[in-house]
Design a protein around this ligand. Structure first.
Ligand code: ARG
Length: 399
């Protein structure tokens, strides 16, 4: 029996061409697996049909929208995950979930090899293969674009020679990856980092400079999970999808940055992540109100490390697992409402309300009702500054 290759299939040119290419090169049967992560665009049935038309032995479509929202986007939100303080990790979060479904497909269909369309220059190859190494080390990996040095021109030539039912002429200069948590755009004229992004780069967000009425939204969290929008109970998927529309309509969540890839390259990336950026701002503020100071300070470091591990493809790793436990524990009291104004590209918090608030009006006020005993502050400040004072005196003595 010929080997069975489980291919992570997007429906695009490269993974479509990969089907007959792998079948021929490896004398294998190809099982195409397309995972729906809320990327929108083409419907999944059309993608499934294309896989079969390109010669796949089986084509599987997995609806992982709710799973992606609940098990990947929500933990990222709880970690306030922004790589290099800016990038909400949308591509980084999707690969470990795709890997999980590739591994189940390998079990179901007796696959021995897994294949993905990544090149050798990016982070996504690492995320696929580090995930596979953790979940199913027995599976072999082949990446045609990397391992057989494919170019887009070669892929198009191959598609035409085989008469594949795919559009090979449409010229999209960008490499795009998109899902529920946002959209990533790279290459083309964006590779000159002096070039500003043009409006046609964007699809999830409207131009923030267009004058329009602001939108106001109240987001309710229960232990760090967003559960209601304006008082309506929604699943994480529904809530994120709706907030993408509303924050996107106000131009919220555009990011243009140069980023440090794991493979050592600096690359220019344009992202749009309206719901992610609005939710992280809301969640951070609710943590400010409900999380005790030292835990909050420590968590900021943990959040950053978590983001770097996930960016680097180590979703399934011991340190990430341990940080998950810390971050989850810190969510115990992160419940309440955040009111935000969405307008002109910004999501601005304007109100917070929580039964678990540590904000105490009678301690904070400068007006009548002040319960803070200022006479205690004098001695506190003297003892607090004592070590630095003694050390400074020694510096003076030594000149
Ligand atoms: N630079 C981002 C990351 O490494 C996005 C990668 C997007 N992938 C793509 N094929 N456009 O997470």
């Amino acid at each position: 029996m010929s080997e069975r290759v489980i291919l992570a299939f997007s429906g695009g040119l490269d993974t479509s061409v990969a089907i007959p290419f792998l079948a021929e090169k490896m004398d294998a049967e190809v099982i195409a697996v397309a995972v729906d992560l809320g990327q929108g665009g083409e419907d999944m049935e059309a993608i499934q049909k294309r896989a079969i038309d390109c010669g796949a032995a089986e084509a599987v479509v997995v609806d992982a929208k709710e799973e992606f929202a609940a098990d990947f986007c929500v933990p990222a939100l709880q970690a306030n995950a922004l790589y290099m303080d800016r990038y909400p990790l949308l591509s980084s979060l999707s690969r470990p979930l795709i890997v999980k479904h590739l591994v189940s497909a390998a079990k179901q269909f007796g696959g021995t090899v897994v294949s993905h369309g990544c090149t050798g220059k990016g982070n996504d190859q690492v995320r696929f293969e580090a995930g596979l190494a953790a979940l199913a080390p027995e599976l072999k990996v082949v990446a045609p674009a990397r391992d057989f040095a494919w170019t887009r021109d070669k892929a198009i030539e191959f598609a035409e020679s085989k008469g594949l039912p795919i559009e090979t002429t449409k010229k999209n200069p960008f490499s795009i990856d998109q899902n529920l948590w946002g959209r990533a755009v790279e290459t083309g004229f964006l590779e000159d980092i002096w070039n500003g992004p043009t409006e046609d780069v964007y699809a999830y967000t409207a131009d923030p400079a267009t004058p329009r009425e602001p939108d106001e939204v109240v987001i309710t969290f229960d232990q760090g999970v967003p559960v209601e929008l304006d008082g309506r109970t929604l699943t994480p998927y529904q809530l994120i999808a709706e907030l993408n529309r509303r924050a996107g309509a106000q131009g919220v969540g555009r990011i243009d940055m140069v980023e440090d890839r794991l493979v050592g390259i600096k690359s220019r990336e344009v992202y749009e992540a309206p719901a992610a950026i609005a939710l992280i701002a809301a969640h951070m503020e609710l943590e400010n109100v409900t999380v005790e100071r030292d835990l909050a300070r420590f968590k900021r470091g943990a959040d950053q490390r978590w983001s770097e591990l996930v960016y680097d493809g180590l979703w399934y790793s011991p340190l990430k697992h341990a940080l998950d436990a810390l971050i989850a524990d810190a969510q115990r009291y992160v419940s309440g409402d955040i009111r935000m104004t969405l307008h002109a590209g910004k999501a601005t918090v304007t109100g917070r309300r929580s039964e678990q608030s540590l904000y105490d009006f009678s301690l904070a006020t400068y007006d009548t009702g002040d319960m803070f005993d200022q006479s205690l502050a004098k001695g506190f400040v003297q003892l607090f500054s004592l070590p630095a004072k003694i050390a400074a005196a020694r510096d003076t003595k030594n000149g």
